[in-house]
Unconditional design. Structure first.
Lengths: 60, 158
Protein backbone atom coordinates (compact mmCIF):
# COMPACT_ATOMS: atom_id res chain seq x y z
CA UNK A 1 0.00 0.00 0.00
CA UNK A 2 2.30 2.78 1.28
CA UNK A 3 5.85 1.71 0.50
CA UNK A 4 7.72 4.75 1.74
CA UNK A 5 9.23 4.41 5.24
CA UNK A 6 8.85 8.12 5.86
CA UNK A 7 5.24 8.31 4.69
CA UNK A 8 4.34 5.34 6.90
CA UNK A 9 6.04 7.11 9.81
CA UNK A 10 4.11 10.33 9.18
CA UNK A 11 0.73 8.59 8.79
CA UNK A 12 1.32 6.53 11.92
CA UNK A 13 2.39 9.58 13.94
CA UNK A 14 -0.62 11.59 12.81
CA UNK A 15 -3.05 8.79 13.68
CA UNK A 16 -1.53 8.25 17.13
CA UNK A 17 -1.30 12.02 17.75
CA UNK A 18 -4.96 12.59 16.88
CA UNK A 19 -6.03 9.60 18.95
CA UNK A 20 -4.25 10.67 22.13
CA UNK A 21 -5.22 14.30 21.65
CA UNK A 22 -8.91 13.38 21.69
CA UNK A 23 -8.46 10.78 24.41
CA UNK A 24 -6.68 13.02 26.90
CA UNK A 25 -7.82 16.59 26.19
CA UNK A 26 -11.19 18.34 26.24
CA UNK A 27 -10.67 21.63 24.42
CA UNK A 28 -9.79 22.19 20.78
CA UNK A 29 -6.76 24.30 21.67
CA UNK A 30 -5.28 21.62 23.94
CA UNK A 31 -6.01 18.92 21.39
CA UNK A 32 -4.15 20.75 18.65
CA UNK A 33 -1.22 21.34 21.00
CA UNK A 34 -1.00 17.64 21.91
CA UNK A 35 -1.46 16.56 18.28
CA UNK A 36 1.43 18.73 17.12
CA UNK A 37 3.60 17.87 20.11
CA UNK A 38 3.06 14.12 20.01
CA UNK A 39 3.05 13.70 16.23
CA UNK A 40 6.03 16.00 15.80
CA UNK A 41 7.99 14.34 18.60
CA UNK A 42 7.47 10.88 17.09
CA UNK A 43 8.66 12.02 13.67
CA UNK A 44 11.63 14.06 14.91
CA UNK A 45 12.81 11.45 17.44
CA UNK A 46 12.52 8.66 14.86
CA UNK A 47 14.65 10.65 12.42
CA UNK A 48 17.23 11.36 15.13
CA UNK A 49 17.40 7.68 16.12
CA UNK A 50 17.66 6.68 12.45
CA UNK A 51 20.50 9.18 11.97
CA UNK A 52 22.35 7.90 15.04
CA UNK A 53 21.94 4.28 13.88
CA UNK A 54 23.13 5.04 10.34
CA UNK A 55 26.85 4.29 10.93
CA UNK A 56 26.08 0.83 12.33
CA UNK A 57 26.15 -1.96 9.76
CA UNK A 58 22.99 -4.06 9.31
CA UNK A 59 25.01 -7.30 9.37
CA UNK A 60 28.25 -7.97 11.17
CA UNK B 1 -11.73 31.89 25.28
CA UNK B 2 -14.96 30.28 24.04
CA UNK B 3 -15.71 26.89 25.49
CA UNK B 4 -15.11 23.89 23.27
CA UNK B 5 -18.11 22.99 21.12
CA UNK B 6 -18.21 19.46 22.44
CA UNK B 7 -18.44 20.73 25.98
CA UNK B 8 -21.45 22.84 25.02
CA UNK B 9 -23.16 20.04 23.09
CA UNK B 10 -22.57 17.34 25.67
CA UNK B 11 -25.08 16.90 28.44
CA UNK B 12 -23.76 18.19 31.79
CA UNK B 13 -23.91 14.75 33.32
CA UNK B 14 -23.18 11.62 31.36
CA UNK B 15 -25.84 8.96 31.13
CA UNK B 16 -25.71 6.93 34.30
CA UNK B 17 -25.73 3.33 33.23
CA UNK B 18 -23.81 0.23 34.08
CA UNK B 19 -20.32 0.77 32.66
CA UNK B 20 -20.34 -2.68 31.09
CA UNK B 21 -22.87 -1.85 28.38
CA UNK B 22 -20.86 1.05 26.88
CA UNK B 23 -17.70 -1.06 27.23
CA UNK B 24 -19.37 -3.83 25.25
CA UNK B 25 -20.50 -1.31 22.62
CA UNK B 26 -16.94 0.08 22.42
CA UNK B 27 -15.70 -3.44 21.77
CA UNK B 28 -18.38 -4.14 19.15
CA UNK B 29 -17.37 -1.11 17.08
CA UNK B 30 -14.68 1.53 17.72
CA UNK B 31 -16.24 4.75 19.04
CA UNK B 32 -19.69 3.28 19.66
CA UNK B 33 -19.23 3.39 23.43
CA UNK B 34 -18.38 7.10 23.36
CA UNK B 35 -21.31 7.75 21.03
CA UNK B 36 -23.64 6.00 23.48
CA UNK B 37 -22.34 8.21 26.30
CA UNK B 38 -23.02 11.39 24.30
CA UNK B 39 -19.40 12.10 23.31
CA UNK B 40 -20.31 12.20 19.64
CA UNK B 41 -17.46 14.19 18.19
CA UNK B 42 -14.92 12.02 19.98
CA UNK B 43 -16.77 8.93 18.82
CA UNK B 44 -16.49 9.93 15.17
CA UNK B 45 -12.78 10.76 15.47
CA UNK B 46 -11.98 7.52 17.33
CA UNK B 47 -13.94 5.51 14.80
CA UNK B 48 -12.09 7.11 11.87
CA UNK B 49 -8.66 6.74 13.47
CA UNK B 50 -9.09 3.09 14.44
CA UNK B 51 -10.68 2.16 11.10
CA UNK B 52 -7.90 3.97 9.22
CA UNK B 53 -5.26 2.11 11.20
CA UNK B 54 -7.04 -1.23 10.69
CA UNK B 55 -7.55 -0.67 6.96
CA UNK B 56 -3.96 0.46 6.43
CA UNK B 57 -2.83 -2.61 8.37
CA UNK B 58 -4.76 -5.10 6.27
CA UNK B 59 -4.02 -3.21 3.05
CA UNK B 60 -0.29 -3.30 3.83
CA UNK B 61 -0.34 -7.11 4.16
CA UNK B 62 -0.48 -7.12 7.95
CA UNK B 63 -1.61 -10.41 9.52
CA UNK B 64 -4.06 -11.18 12.25
CA UNK B 65 -2.13 -13.04 14.92
CA UNK B 66 -2.74 -16.68 15.65
CA UNK B 67 -1.94 -18.56 18.84
CA UNK B 68 1.14 -20.71 18.48
CA UNK B 69 2.06 -22.77 21.55
CA UNK B 70 5.78 -22.33 20.81
CA UNK B 71 5.53 -18.53 20.82
CA UNK B 72 4.19 -17.10 24.11
CA UNK B 73 3.91 -13.57 22.67
CA UNK B 74 1.41 -14.85 20.11
CA UNK B 75 -1.15 -15.04 22.95
CA UNK B 76 -0.76 -11.31 23.62
CA UNK B 77 -0.91 -10.40 19.94
CA UNK B 78 -4.04 -12.50 19.44
CA UNK B 79 -5.67 -10.89 22.47
CA UNK B 80 -4.80 -7.50 21.00
CA UNK B 81 -6.48 -8.44 17.71
CA UNK B 82 -9.55 -9.74 19.53
CA UNK B 83 -9.96 -6.31 21.16
CA UNK B 84 -11.17 -5.07 17.78
CA UNK B 85 -14.37 -7.06 18.18
CA UNK B 86 -16.14 -8.10 14.97
CA UNK B 87 -13.52 -6.22 12.92
CA UNK B 88 -11.12 -8.97 13.93
CA UNK B 89 -13.29 -11.44 12.01
CA UNK B 90 -12.65 -9.43 8.85
CA UNK B 91 -8.92 -9.43 9.59
CA UNK B 92 -8.89 -13.21 10.04
CA UNK B 93 -10.89 -13.86 6.91
CA UNK B 94 -8.50 -11.69 4.88
CA UNK B 95 -5.40 -13.22 6.50
CA UNK B 96 -6.33 -16.90 6.73
CA UNK B 97 -9.45 -17.23 4.60
CA UNK B 98 -11.23 -18.63 7.67
CA UNK B 99 -11.72 -17.90 11.36
CA UNK B 100 -8.51 -19.44 12.67
CA UNK B 101 -7.35 -18.61 16.20
CA UNK B 102 -4.84 -21.35 16.98
CA UNK B 103 -2.24 -23.21 14.96
CA UNK B 104 -2.69 -26.98 15.22
CA UNK B 105 0.10 -28.46 17.37
CA UNK B 106 0.97 -31.35 15.05
CA UNK B 107 3.58 -30.11 12.52
CA UNK B 108 2.25 -32.43 9.79
CA UNK B 109 -1.38 -31.39 10.24
CA UNK B 110 -2.61 -30.21 6.79
CA UNK B 111 -4.54 -27.38 8.44
CA UNK B 112 -1.33 -26.11 10.07
CA UNK B 113 0.50 -26.27 6.75
CA UNK B 114 -2.31 -24.37 5.04
CA UNK B 115 -2.31 -21.63 7.69
CA UNK B 116 1.47 -21.23 7.70
CA UNK B 117 1.47 -21.07 3.90
CA UNK B 118 -1.04 -18.23 4.01
CA UNK B 119 1.04 -16.46 6.66
CA UNK B 120 4.24 -16.86 4.63
CA UNK B 121 2.58 -15.33 1.58
CA UNK B 122 1.82 -12.16 3.52
CA UNK B 123 5.06 -12.08 5.51
CA UNK B 124 7.02 -11.98 2.24
CA UNK B 125 5.37 -8.70 1.24
CA UNK B 126 7.56 -5.60 1.58
CA UNK B 127 4.96 -3.76 3.65
CA UNK B 128 4.22 -6.63 6.06
CA UNK B 129 5.95 -5.04 9.07
CA UNK B 130 4.12 -1.74 8.56
CA UNK B 131 0.83 -3.56 8.16
CA UNK B 132 1.33 -5.58 11.32
CA UNK B 133 2.22 -2.43 13.28
CA UNK B 134 -0.92 -0.64 12.08
CA UNK B 135 -3.08 -3.69 12.87
CA UNK B 136 -1.69 -4.14 16.38
CA UNK B 137 -1.97 -0.39 17.03
CA UNK B 138 -5.64 -0.45 16.03
CA UNK B 139 -6.23 -3.18 18.62
CA UNK B 140 -4.31 -1.33 21.33
CA UNK B 141 -6.21 1.88 20.62
CA UNK B 142 -9.51 0.05 20.95
CA UNK B 143 -8.40 -1.40 24.31
CA UNK B 144 -7.69 2.17 25.49
CA UNK B 145 -11.10 3.26 24.18
CA UNK B 146 -12.84 0.50 26.12
CA UNK B 147 -11.00 1.53 29.31
CA UNK B 148 -11.81 5.21 28.66
CA UNK B 149 -15.49 4.40 28.21
CA UNK B 150 -15.42 2.46 31.48
CA UNK B 151 -13.94 5.49 33.28
CA UNK B 152 -16.48 7.85 31.71
CA UNK B 153 -19.46 5.62 32.48
CA UNK B 154 -18.39 4.98 36.06
CA UNK B 155 -17.84 8.70 36.72
CA UNK B 156 -14.06 8.52 37.18
CA UNK B 157 -13.53 10.85 34.24
CA UNK B 158 -15.58 13.76 32.94
Amino acid sequence: MIRSHFLNLVVFSVLVGVFFAFLTQNTTRDRIRIMVLLGGAMIVLSLIIAYVMYPFPMRS
Amino acid sequence: MPADREEIDSPPALRRVSPWLPCFLAWVFPGLGHFFLGKRRRAVVFCLVVLASFTLGLGSSGCSSIIDGDQPLSYLATFDNLALGPLDLVGRLVTFGSLAYRLPVNPSDPRRLELTDRLRTRVKQVTYEYGNTFLLTAGLMNILLILDVFDLASGRKQ
